[in-house]
Design a protein around this ligand. Structure first.
Ligand SMILES: CC(C)(COP(=O)(O)OP(=O)(O)OC[C@H]1O[C@@H](n2cnc3c(N)ncnc32)[C@H](O)[C@@H]1OP(=O)(O)O)[C@@H](O)C(=O)NCCC(=O)NCCS
Length: 213
């Protein structure tokens, strides 16, 4: 495990990368603080970069591919692919902060998952997903938001410094553009035992981050 982590372009001491998992193109993989990738995952990053930002987690069997082979006249498929001739790199595959990816999610070139988004089990992503969206299926569709408008603003205040936060105007624009009429699936309630567990964890770690109350 430590050997694999040491090969990555970036891997924080707080990153959890569970084995068995396979990573090709480790020098293109950036896993930030408090990122968690569960076992049976495969990351093929020999083309573009794969970047997963702080507080994000992916369940079992995450698949990431950061480039496509380009069929080339006169070159048989076997050599075209194995030698990575003429690869198409659309851009990096990026998971922004605080995202949750369910089981068996596949990310293809072009995937850019917005901050706080949730990607349902078995979903394929090959495009931009807006912040705080809940997306499912293949092709994926937005079925909900993670939080209400007010909850997103409260949540951002807890997690991010002022210069990192989405502005209220940006949150309004998200709701106007993508989320009109959709449910939100989160909550701002927390029972006492879980509140204690969470606070105890914060107190015993050196996370520079405030409790929710
Ligand atoms: C994305 C998710 C959180 C949404 O939960 P939810 O808000 O309770 O969603 P609902 O069950 O109300 O479903 C809403 C609609 O989306 C569909 N849907 C939900 N999850 C789906 C999925 N993963 N793939 C395809 N469709 C899905 C439902 O069928 C329903 O469709 P309909 O409105 O046409 O009937 C949940 O479905 C999910 O996929 N969770 C991931 C579980 C997991 O992998 N856990 C591993 C541990 S990390």
């Amino acid at each position: 495990m430590n050997k694999l982590k040491s090969l990555l372009a970036k891997c924080s001491p707080t990153t959890q990368l569970f084995l068995p998992s396979r990573i090709l193109g480790a020098k293109n993989v950036y896993l930030h603080d408090y990122v968690r990738i569960m076992p049976q995952s495969v990351i093929m990053a020999s083309g573009g970069k794969f970047i997963m930002k702080k507080f994000s987690g992916a369940s079992f069997n995450l698949t990431v591919v950061t480039s496509n082979h380009r069929p080339t006249v006169g070159i048989p498929n076997f050599f075209n692919n194995s030698l990575h001739i003429n690869e198409v790199i659309k851009g990096d595959v990026i998971i922004e902060e605080d995202c949750w990816l369910g089981m068996n999610v596949s990310l293809l070139p072009g995937a850019h998952i917005g901050r706080g988004a949730i990607v349902g089990a078995n979903t394929l992503v090959n495009r931009e997903i807006p912040p705080y969206a809940v997306v499912v299926g293949n092709p994926n569709r937005i079925i909900a938001t993670k939080f209400t408008r007010t909850e997103i603003i409260q949540h951002e205040k807890k997690l991010y410094s002022q210069d990192e936060r989405l502005s209220e105007k940006q949150v309004d624009e998200l709701f106007d553009k993508y989320y009109a009429g959709l449910k939100s699936i989160g909550t701002s309630e927390l029972n006492e035992p879980d509140f204690t567990t969470y606070n105890d964890f914060l107190a015993s770690s050196n996370i520079n981050y405030h409790s929710i109350r």
